[in-house]
Design a protein around this ligand. Structure first.
Ligand code: GCO
Ligand code: MN
Ligand code: MN
Length: 393
């Protein structure tokens, strides 16, 4: 039996919903137009999100501390923010560095051709890590917003990968040396703001991580919109990350395929895919933040920002309830069972190679025509899922 708050889809901090300061703090500005609302300050964001049931926030260094702040200004801003967090029972679950806004990063940060830019990026990230540690963040995200090119004559793609690896290795050592309890999560994106970004997909990062000095410290931060921009199945990307023990964080939003980076409210476009995603997160026991990295529509004024935030969390909770309904649906479960053929003897054979087993397997009388007579009823299954999501089951 669901509790009242589960039935009413009212989030609590146990649901671990977090929002980037830059998401609800988005001003509505885009490449074609100026701001359309006054963004709330970080302290206001904490004050407004807490009663909605959010667990915490995530921050870029410069969402909080202006890039040219003095040490005294920095300390004052951080103190005020910490007081707000304490007063409202909110946490900072993830921190990150802004390595994309300032003109110095126009041609990349860690992958720049300019050694001074690369050194500055390391310096800024170490300071960002210190800030994250001070705020209690256990996850530090790397999104290489400017790590890409429009003109591939500018650098050998292998150098970009090598430079990025050196930076991540260096920063892992920094975290170890400082004895911070912090892990890194790498966030892929195929393009935007650069024509092409290095490490365009979550899969690319999963491969890269194994080449690092401390792969155990580094995982991924997949984002719905980014895989959809590449025309990929987000559920599959997250599945691979989870299976590898590498889902350290996640950026939830939504996105039509084949468009510019839209950052839409979670679940506002791809309901079916987001249902499978929530099913995966819930069934896998993923216990990290459910982090929203999306923007309210540009047409919203200040109040609409909180409608947007409520909507992200509410849709997640509704989909979570649908997952329970899927699990409890006897017809769905029956079709699923019928679509599976278990054979413990055969499965044991294929699990561990020995030359003898290989010989036995090669000689097995497997009749492909007989085997193929068994058909899964996926048309029925998919229709059942559609009806469940449409609320008629
Ligand atoms: C984007 C990215 C960013 C990052 C953020 C945290 O498309 O702009 O998703 O929002 O997630 O910089 O690293
Ligand atoms: Mn994004
Ligand atoms: Mn993101």
């Amino acid at each position: 039996m669901s509790t009242k708050s589960q039935r009413d889809y009212v989030p609590t901090s146990a649901d671990r919903f977090t929002f980037g300061l830059w998401t609800v703090g988005n001003s509505g500005a885009d490449p074609f137009g100026t701001r359309t609302r006054v963004p709330p300050t970080p302290v206001e964001i904490v004050r407004r999100l807490a009663p909605l049931g959010a667990y915490g926030v995530s921050v870029h260094d410069n969402d909080l501390v202006p890039i040219d702040a003095t040490v005294a200004e920095r300390d004052r801003v951080v103190r005020e923010f910490q007081t707000a967090l304490r007063d409202h029972g909110m946490v900072v679950a993830m921190a990150t560095t802004n390595l994309f806004t300032d003109p110095v990063f126009a041609d990349g940060a860690f992958t720049s051709n300019d050694a001074q830019v690369r050194a500055y990026a390391l310096q800024k990230t170490m300071r960002g890590i210190d800030l994250g540690a001070e705020l209690g963040a256990k996850i530090f995200v790397f999104w290489g917003g400017r790590e890409g090119t429009e003109c591939d004559a500018s650098k050998d793609a292998r150098d970009a990968v090598r430079r990025f690896r050196e930076a991540v290795n260096f920063l892992c050592e920094y975290v170890r040396h400082q004895r911070y309890e912090m892990r890194f999560a790498l966030e892929a994106k195929p393009n935007e703001p650069r024509g092409d970004l290095y490490f365009p997909t979550t899969g690319a990062y999963l491969g890269f991580i194994q080449t690092l000095d401390h792969p155990e410290m580094v995982g991924v931060n997949p984002e719905v919109a980014h895989e959809h921009m590449a025309g990929l199945n987000f559920y599959h990307a997250v599945g691979q990350a989870l299976e590898a023990g590498k889902l350290f964080h996640i950026d939830l939003n939504d996105q039509l395929f084949g468009r510019y980076d839209q950052d839409l409210r979670f679940g506002s476009v791809s309901l079916k895919s987001m249902f499978y995603l929530v099913k995966l997160l819930e069934e896998s026991g993923y216990d990290g933040p459910r982090h929203f990295d999306a923007h309210p529509y540009r047409s919203e004024a200040e109040e609409g920002v909180w409608d947007f935030a409520r909507g992200c969390m509410r849709t997640y909770l509704i989909l979570r309830e649908k997952v329970r309904a899927f699990q409890a649906d006897t017809e769905i479960q029956m079709v699923l069972r019928e679509a599976t053929r278990d054979d413990p003897g055969l499965e044991a054979l294929g699990r561990r190679f020995t030359p003898e087993v290989a010989e036995r397997l090669k000689r097995l009388p497997l009749d492909r025509i007989e085997i193929a007579k068994r058909r899964p009823h996926y048309e029925r299954l998919d229709q059942l899922v559609v009806e469940l999501l449409l609320g008629v089951r």
